[in-house]
Structure formats: C-alpha cells, structure tokens
Ligand binder design. Structure first.
Ligand code: ZN
Length: 447
C-alpha cells in the first residue's frame, strides 16, 4: 500500500497533479454547510466512486443540534452610483458572508460600512466568514478595496435563500475481508478555499479510488461531511454501529508546503496514534505529532467523550498557523501537487501499518535459524521494494515471541514498518514464522 502501487492500480502517472486538477474543478463551487454547492461537489466525486448522497431534512434533531435551513445563493454584489460592481460574488464567492439572508437595498457607505469586513493586517486578502446560526448578512473584501470605496450611495444585493431543505453528506463503504472498519473523514463545507477543505477532499477521493481497486483487510468508510453539523448528523444516525470502527483519520490541510502534522486521538494511545507517529518519524522530514485538544476539525465530534473513537487528524500546517488560513490566499496556487502527493503517501504508509500489523511467532526460536540455507539472502538481493534487509529479518525473528506486534518490532528496532512486514512475509514464506493466532494449525516439525 504505497504511492507506486496506487499509480499502478489507477493508471495514474502523477497522483499529485490529478488531485490538484480535482481541487481546481471544485474550487469555484460555493459550498456551505448545506445547499447545492455541497451537492455539486459530491456529484463530481460520485463520477468515479460508489458514493452515496444522504439528505437529512431541515429540523431533524441530531444529538444536541438541529439540522438548519438550507442556504443557497445565486448572485450578490455591491454596485456604485455608476452601476459598476465594486464587490462581486461572481468573481470570488468569499465576498459574501456565508448564510447571509437575502438583501436588496440602496444605502450610503456609512450605512453599509458595519456590514463590510476586511483585514487591515492582511490588506490584500479577503477573509472567509459565516453566520450559520444567526440571521445576518455581510460582505468580505480586501482592506485595499474597502479603502478605495468613495462616499455616496450603493446598491446592495444578496440573492440568497434560506429554506426548508436538507443537509447533504457523502458516504462510501469499501468492504474489506473483515467488517471491522477504518473511518476516513473530510469536510466539504468551505467555498473557494483550497488547503482548508479541497486538499482533504482530493486526498480522500484518490484514496477511495485506489481502495475500490485493490484488496484490503479493513472495511473503509469514507465520509464527506459539512464540518461539525455534518459529523454530528452522521454520528447521530450511526451511533449503534460505531463499535465496528477500529481506527480513524480526519483529513484536512494536506496541500501546503509545511511538514506533516498528526494530531493524536483523545485516547492518545490508539493504534492509529502509534502508527502515525512511527510513519512521521521514519519519513525524517520534520513531521510533528501533537496531543489532542477539543478544537479543530471533526475529530472533536468523533472524540467527544460519549464516543471516544480512535480517530486522529492528519494535516500539514495546522489551522490558524499559516497567514493564508481562512482567506482568499488559501487558493489553488497555495496547494502544490507535490505536497498533495506527499500527504497521500503518508496516509498510505499509516494505513499500511494498520492493515498489516499483527503478532507473529518465530518457529525456530532456539538460536538463530540459518537464513542462507533457506535462500533468504538471495531473496533480499532480488527484492524490488528495497526497504527490508538482514536487520529487519533478525529483529522480526528475535521479537517473534508472541508478545510483540510488527509495529512493536519496528518501534524498538527503529526500522521502517514496511521493511519489518516484508521481512516477516519472506520468513513466513520459508516456514520460519507464522501468525501467532494460526500457530495451532502450523506444522513446526522441521525446525
Ligand atoms: Zn476552516
């Protein structure tokens, strides 16, 4: 389970470019926590995935929340006295405060001013703002734009609607050989923001396409959710089945140029926490592991105390720690194909650990077995995957006492999990190791 295997399975020369192209296609859509922007986004993902769109009606009680009215927007602008659009939703959807109620009015600049939001400290950027749970309206514009507005009368229009509709989310189930699940989730509710939502969507989409083509042990449930209310809605509707979730990852902020960051689950010692820490350390690229805090993305909901699921969050630079965060600077140029590819490779490496970790027994534990006699040095010399060696085999054999998992071996040896796994596979092939659970069924006579 790695990037090369994915390229082969999908016939994709450059997964980074493919993910960036998907982000570019989704970028102009005006997403929010409800509405047609989310449906159009999921509709595009559905073109090559067995994605199911769920619609949950406005007013539905979900845990402590209620599904809100559905918000849609067709157009919005501020026109000056000459009829010129000085602020135009069609040019950038961030210009309208999300969930703005409809407005059609003429007003002076002084009257309009409290409705205009800019950032004096980032004068060229337009901020991203919402008013989800309070009837309000407003516009966001760059501080330079705001300062260039002349006194006088303006025509203001927000052609939006707030109606009884529904909340839409997407779900894919990719069955494995066990019904136990790995949960992957990303948010789909931000409008034209690339790192903060499109990068996670693009990585989850590419992962799902790959997992749909190759066999895997776990069943994967991949969720495309409006942040917070979407996760709460999904949890409310699936609370009886959460016991099947063994591991989980929330994906977000995967396209910027910072190093990878893994935020631990609330449990802190879940298998996914150990797997991610091992992968980031082995990569040697300055990846960071941080403790859980009850803030951030939907790990907040999955890790609320009543669920306490083993779900961490995989990202590059965490939210709020890059100046482009929640601004027009988080655009398609801000996310790079190479960073998306590196994030996907990291995700695959974590999943490889979860897929293949297990406890194996050395069937010849008294003294070292003779490796040369069994052709293992030849196999090592012929190997194409290149990440296992004599040390991987010696560690796998030495800790193959039924008490250590492969991840334990990798952590203690400081060697990559993939190498320990492939060395163990080679040792199994020549009868030197066997899964601890299968030992009763294995003949050990020829040690
Ligand atoms: Zn955000």
């Amino acid at each position: 389970m790695d990037l090369n295997a994915l390229k082969l399975a999908l016939g994709e020369e450059d997964p980074g470019e493919a993910m960036h192209a998907l982000a570019a296609r989704l970028y102009p859509l005006c997403r929010s926590i409800t509405g047609n922007g989310v449906r159009q986004t999921l509709g595009i993902l559905k073109e090559d995935l067995p994605l199911i769109l769920h619609e949950v009606p406005t007013g539905t009680q979900v845990l402590d929340w209620t599904v809100p009215r559905e918000w849609n927007i067709r157009d919005a602008y501020i026109k000056d006295a000459s009829g010129k659009r000085v602020v135009d939703f069609q040019a950038l959807n961030l210009h309208v405060v999300g969930y703005s109620v409809p407005v059609k009015a003429r007003m002076t600049l002084a009257e309009l001013r409290p409705r205009l939001h800019s950032m004096p400290d980032k004068p060229d950027l337009v901020q991203y703002r919402n008013s989800f749970y309070k009837d309000d309206w407003g516009f966001c514009l760059s501080h330079r734009q705001l300062e260039s507005l002349k006194e006088g009368e303006y025509e203001v229009c927000i052609d939006s609607s707030l109606t009884e509709g529904g909340l839409t989310y997407g779900e894919i189930t990719l069955p494995g050989s066990t019904p136990e699940e790995i949960l992957i989730s990303c948010h789909v509710c931000h409008p034209s923001l690339a790192n903060d939502n499109l990068s996670g969507i693009a990585v989850a989409h590419q992962l799902a396409r790959y997992l749909a083509k190759v066999p895997h042990r776990y069943t994967y449930r991949i969720l495309f959710l409006p942040v917070t209310i979407g996760a709460i809605t999904w949890l409310a509707r699936n609370q009886d089945d959460l016991g099947r979730i063994r591991h989980g990852l929330v994906l977000s902020l995967l396209g910027d140029s910072g190093p990878m960051t893994y935020k631990r689950s609330r449990r802190g010692d879940a298998a996914v926490d150990r797997a991610a820490a091992h992968v980031l350390k082995q990569a040697g690229k300055g990846g960071r592991v941080e403790d859980f805090i009850p803030y951030g993305y939907d790990e907040r909901q999955f890790c609320s105390p009543g669920f306490n699921l083993p779900v961490g969050c995989l990202m590059r630079t965490p939210h709020g720690r890059f100046p482009e965060y929640h601004t027009s600077g988080d655009n398609l140029a801000f996310i790079k194909p190479a960073n998306l590819a590196d994030s996907l490779a990291t995700l695959l490496a974590i999943l490889e650990v979860l897929e293949h970790d297990g406890v194996f027994l050395n069937l010849n534990p008294k003294g070292e077995p003779q490796l040369g006699r069994r052709g293992l040095y030849r196999a090592m010399a012929d190997r194409k995957d290149g990440d296992w060696n004599e040390m991987s085999m010696l560690w796998a054999l030495n800790l193959g006492d039924g008490k250590h998992s492969l991840l334990d071996v990798a952590e203690r040896s400081g060697l990559p999990f993939g190498g320990i796994f492939r060395a163990t596979e080679a040792l199994r092939a020549c009868g030197l190791m066997a899964p601890a659970g299968d030992i009763g069924k294995t003949k050990t006579g020829d040690g």
